[in-house]
Ligand binder design. Structure first.
Ligand SMILES: [Zn+2]
Length: 201
């Protein structure tokens, strides 16, 4: 317990951040109060605005500015015209591809993978949206950048079947993705080569 109820509230709230426990939260709270009040207020304002506004892009389910607007990546006509659609499990995977600069198509973010035991099925992954994109005739190749795991393999098989039903070529990242490993943990060079040498399913 500190000298102020509001300070206790601040310390408790800061612990929502990953890796921040009571000691770190207390240190951050005193730092903001002692030295960075204006920046702390700006942070609170940005947090409120972004958390209230950021929504899922209607095309790729990555985070976008909200409303019915496509995200910045889906709005890029060159990316759409490439016909390449890369399916990833997490928005962080999109960041990894963009950081590597190795992909010029559009993405679809699953926010997970199929996991019947956890109640995660096609609906939870937004696969209806993906089906519409495959049916639209604008996708020439579906590239599966899902994890190399039992659930990742099952997800890849399901997505490959979806693509085949629409006559869309389908491939999966090849080399470099470790068994049980995440896309986002790869270095840029490995990610670029695993994309280049993707294998057709
Ligand atoms: Zn998008």
């Amino acid at each position: 317990m500190s000298s102020s109820k509001k300070l206790d509230d601040l310390i408790a709230a800061l612990q929502v951040m990953p890796g921040i426990g009571p000691v770190s939260a207390t240190r951050i709270a005193y730092y903001l109060l002692d030295h960075r009040r204006a920046d702390g207020l700006r942070l609170s304002s940005v947090l409120k605005d972004s958390l209230e506004a950021i929504a899922l892009c209607p095309d790729c389910r990555n985070y976008s500015d909200g409303g019915a607007e496509r995200c910045a990546l889906c709005s890029d006509s060159h990316r759409r015209e490439s016909g390449l659609l890369c399916v990833v499990e997490s928005p962080m995977d999109v960041e990894a591809f963009e950081h590597a600069g190795s992909f010029s198509g559009t993405y679809f973010v699953l926010h997970g993978h199929l996991s019947p035991i956890d109640g995660i099925g096609p609906e939870e992954l937004g696969l209806g949206v993906l089906k519409q994109r495959l049916e639209s005739g604008t996708v020439s190749e579906l590239i599966l950048a899902v994890s190399q795991s039992v659930d990742g393999d099952a997800t890849a098989e399901y997505l490959a079947a979806m693509a085949r039903r629409q006559g869309v070529k389908v491939s999966r990242l090849a080399t470099g993705v470790p068994i049980g490993g995440d896309i986002q943990s790869l270095d840029s060079g490995t990610l670029a080569s695993s994309l280049q040498f993707r294998r057709q399913l």
